[in-house]
Ligand binder design. Structure first.
Ligand SMILES: [Zn+2]
Length: 381
């Protein structure tokens, strides 16, 4: 299962609120806490995505490890401790807060049974959300399936019940809850401590998303405000999928135009080493061109034999295959599939491109009227 665990949210396809999954006794045996439940969830994800290497980023409450005796199998507690020390689990005082922070910034889908009612004001995008949360449900023969959750719209009264105590704090977070976070996620950050590489994309290792403290991106470890390093590189991620297995991932930069095909030439993505001779014969030298401009990704068919595409709907459900008209640009969004030849598909990874994320937030904010308490709080600031 470890091959499916990402050591950074930046590299993950899904986010898992581990504390919630491990403690969910509605599936995976009677034990109070069990890592077997995570195993079942990962298996369900592999079936759902058709990708054996689908990756998840795990976030857990400190209390999960603190209560090791609650694990039915003591080996689970030891394994979990090892994962924390090797960076495969992010252990935080409040997993809810961290999960929503990452989900809000990246658009990653979250696997959890939680509805986060008390977090709706700082995260208005939760209201009416029908696509970003998946909950596990016991299925046949001890397996699990993942169902999309309609988060519903909670009333101001429902939400404010939990908010009364920390009203002032929440006002600050609300101000930071939408556009400022967009600005944070589209930029690269660096800790002023010269040896700290937690946020540096150049370190080549694990890169954390900044933690917002009082509206300021802050180093998790040193508590210092992070330095702005300019626009974040590596805009969109492309996956090549052959016979339902992801065989390669590529990063596309803002402003780039990338040929993808059997052998598209310099700066292109050459697939020939991944293809069987039969498949290679059906793929053009430069089959499609994928461009990233102004925060959007488009795909253009430049092939001899044509390209098919199917688009993902609002809830992730795939529409019918359509032939791409030659030489014209089509939006290529996360979840969409572009088929170069039977069994050879390009997809975008689950994470949303920051500029698209910003658009989604603007739409979301326009559609979701703020509860009266929140509108009041906004005026006070
Ligand atoms: Zn630092």
């Amino acid at each position: 299962m470890e091959r499916n665990l990402a050591d950074s949210a930046d590299r993950a396809d899904y986010l898992v609120e581990l504390s919630n999954i491990v403690r969910d006794t509605s599936f995976g045996g009677p034990g109070e806490r069990s890592l077997h439940r995570l195993r079942l969830v990962v298996e369900a994800l592999v079936r759902l995505t058709g990708d054996r290497d689908v990756s998840v980023y795990l976030v857990a409450d400190e209390s999960l490890l603190g209560g090791q005796r609650h694990f039915t199998d003591p080996a689970d507690g030891r394994l979990l401790r090892r994962w924390v020390s090797t960076g495969l689990v992010e252990e935080v005082p409040d997993a809810d807060e961290r999960v929503l922070e990452i989900a809000g910034m990246t658009g990653l889908q979250v696997i959890t049974g939680d509805r986060y009612v008390d977090h709706r004001l700082e995260h208005p995008w939760l209201q009416g959300n029908t696509w970003q949360f998946l909950r596990p449900e016991a299925a046949r023969r001890g397996t699990v399936r993942l169902l999309p959750v309609d988060m519903g719209v909670r009333t101001a009264a429902e939400i404010s019940r939990k908010m009364e105590l920390s009203a002032l704090k929440k006002q600050g977070l609300l101000a930071a809850g939408q556009r400022p976070l967009t600005e944070v996620v589209t930029r690269a950050w660096r800790c002023p401590e010269s040896r700290c590489t937690l946020y540096s994309a150049r370190s080549g290792g694990r890169v954390l998303l900044p933690r917002m403290r009082r509206g300021v991106p802050t180093c998790e470890l040193h508590g210092a405000p992070l330095l702005d390093e300019g626009v974040r590189p590596g805009a969109a991620q492309l996956k090549a999928v052959i016979d339902d297995a992801c065989v390669a991932r590529y990063t596309l930069d803002e402003g780039s135009q990338t040929g993808v095909g059997r052998n598209p030439g310099p700066d292109g993505i050459a697939l020939h080493t991944l293809l069987s001779p039969e498949l290679a014969a059906r793929v053009s030298r430069r089959h499609v061109v994928v461009s990233v401009k102004g925060g959007s990704v488009v795909v253009r068919d430049t092939s001899t034999y044509g390209t098919r595409m199917r688009s993902a709907g609002k809830r992730g459900e795939l529409g019918p295959w359509e032939q791409l008209p030659p030489e014209s640009n089509r939006p290529f969004r996360p979840g969409d599939e572009v088929e170069l030849a039977p069994g050879l598909v390009l997809t975008r990874s689950g994470r949303r491109f920051p500029a698209e994320l910003a658009d989604a937030w603007r739409t979301e904010a326009a559609r979701t009227p703020l509860p009266p308490a929140a509108a009041e709080a906004t005026r006070l600031i």
